[in-house]
Design a protein. Structure first.
Length: 173
């Protein structure tokens, strides 16, 4: 992250040591800790958290909240859903879409916008549509209208490289 922030001249806010120490103390006192991925498990292990305390509970989704509805147009729609931050690597998606210049296409960005990311949206203005945060139970409406759902694969995107082997294909319409 430090390298990526430096590359774009953005000051990264370091995590306060007292927060880290406080959390490490909580982990020591806890009987069990839920870990969502092998990356999280490895991270806890680096801080000497006992393997016996860790219980793997992967992130899940309630598939019943996603209903497929007919696509209402013939636009090739690329959708990203998540926080618009440098960490997620969305700036690379913006650059790729700008370079592709696809006809009858749209890049739709859904999620909270971090202040650090505003300059990227300004740089690529006209190459995307940003609609902000959408309630979880409404996402199916947007996913049903997409051609491609993008989950950025970037070393800066919360260790996506370690999670990616477990991601199966995702399709939209």
């Amino acid at each position: 992250m430090e390298e990526e922030y430096k590359k774009y001249g953005i000051k990264i806010r370091p995590v306060n040591d007292w927060i880290v120490n406080y959390e490490l103390e909580e982990y020591t006192e806890a009987d069990y800790i839920c870990v969502p991925s092998s990356f999280a498990r490895e991270t806890y292990s680096q801080y000497d958290v006992s393997e016996q305390k860790m219980i793997g509970v992967p992130y899940g989704v309630d598939l019943s909240s996603f209903k497929k509805i007919p696509k209402q147009d013939n636009v090739f729609r690329i959708i990203f859903i998540g926080g618009l931050t440098l960490r997620k690597g969305v700036h690379y998606l913006l650059e790729a879409c700008a370079q592709l210049k696809l006809k009858n296409a749209e890049l739709l960005l859904i999620g909270a916008l971090s202040p650090e990311f505003r300059p990227f949206l300004k740089r690529y203005e006209g190459n995307y549509k940003y609609i902000g945060k959408i309630p979880h139970l409404e996402l199916y409406k947007y996913l049903s209208q997409c051609s491609v759902f993008v989950l950025p694969f970037s070393p800066i995107s919360e260790a996506a490289a370690r999670v990616a082997p477990f991601i199966s294909s995702i399709s939209c319409a």
